[in-house]
Ligand binder design. Structure first.
Ligand code: SF4
Ligand code: SF4
Length: 338
């Protein structure tokens, strides 16, 4: 008799998502006829076989405590059908098999402080980087800057009144794990790292730190008779890459770590090719707890885009059409060429 074949465990990659799908999504996977949006924050999918699914999207704060997650799960059990998923911009989505369940779910989410929106041509929830919770090198509190800005932009999340979708992101160092966005807020160091020579020999692997520098500005050195490092400040581009492998090379500074704003990045290839974002404002103070200077520049760019872009132009398409000189003129930001 043939021996049963043992199935080998797969030790890498994400688990099969089919086991977590709402039953109607699983049944109609890849077999949808069309979808529409009955209201901002609600998607309606119709399958070729006639099944219909309503999806309600709500904003979350991304970094959630266990009580918030339990509250969202209770809402899913009580008002939805026990299935949720998260989008890459930290929105949560609840799937429903009946239109009658949409309004009670929306009311429950809003009552519990989760705004419903973020679909179509709205400002989606801001993608922000791990920050203090998971990373050891942040130069600011990315989630704090997001909270302050979203407090002011929440109506643009709830409505669909932008020319096209707007993705925002915040990154707490120049490694920028927040990625591309229509408008990105990124920390910018403006002075070379300060070295604590007493600690380097105990904490840092000097060859690894030397190899990290993209412009070869770091050299091994003996300081006060101890092995340490030195930085050629004329070469240093203040990128901060040496700080993660060698914390005694401190680059975060309350005055000299600033914010910069970049615009026009997108990953999608709908209508036009993906684009890299470009820096349009720099030297903005890292000013907790509400970062008003950052919010002011972002809102200025956002509302000029809203007024001036043609329907369905992404921010990068709009800049491409009007040109960078007109962009700086219209937003009243100092142009790098002046
Ligand atoms: S942006 Fe930089 S500091 Fe912030 S989480 Fe990512 S790597 Fe860490
Ligand atoms: S901040 Fe960047 S450029 Fe400057 S020394 Fe460190 S790694 Fe090199």
């Amino acid at each position: 008799m043939a021996q049963p074949q043992m199935r080998r465990a797969i030790e890498s990659g994400v688990p099969d998502n089919q086991q977590y799908l709402h039953p109607l999504l699983k049944k109609n996977y890849g077999n949808w006829k069309y979808h529409d949006r009955p209201r901002p924050g609600v998607l309606h999918h119709v399958a070729h076989g006639g099944d219909e699914v309503w999806t309600v999207r709500a904003g979350t704060q991304r970094q959630m405590d266990v009580y918030t997650i339990r509250r969202l799960c209770d809402i899913a059990d009580q008002y939805a059908e026990g299935h949720v998923r998260f989008t890459i911009r930290s929105n949560i989505e609840f799937m429903l098999s009946s239109e009658a369940k949409v309004a009670p779910l929306v009311a429950a989410l809003e009552k519990n402080g989760f705004p419903v929106g973020g679909t179509g041509n709205s400002v989606s929830m801001i993608a922000h980087t791990q920050g203090w919770l998971h990373c050891d090198i942040p130069g600011t509190d990315a989630s704090g800057a997001v909270k302050a800005l979203m407090d002011e932009l929440i109506d643009e999340f709830r409505k669909e009144e932008m020319p096209n979708r707007v993705h925002l992101s915040t990154s707490c160092c120049e490694i920028n794990c927040g990625g591309q966005a229509d408008i990105a807020i990124i920390i910018q160091h403006t002075k070379p790292p300060k070295i604590n020579h007493d600690l380097v020999a105990n904490v840092c692997e000097r060859p690894a730190v030397v190899a990290r520098c993209p412009v070869a500005a770091i050299r091994p050195a003996l300081v006060n008779g101890k092995p340490s490092l030195e930085v050629d400040e004329k070469k240093c581009i203040c990128c901060g890459a040496c700080y993660p492998p060698c914390p005694p090379m401190q680059i975060n500074d309350p005055e000299h770590s600033k914010f910069a704003i970049w615009v026009g990045g997108k990953n999608s290839n709908a209508r036009a090719k993906p684009t890299f974002m470009k820096m349009v404002a720099a030297g903005i103070p890292n000013n907790p707890p509400r970062w008003p200077e950052v919010s002011e520049v972002v809102k200025r760019i956002l509302y000029v885009y809203k007024d001036d872009a043609r329907p369905w132009e992404r921010l990068s398409d709009w800049v491409e059409r009007i040109g960078w000189p007109r962009f700086f003129e219209k937003t009243d930001l100092p142009s790098p060429s002046t």
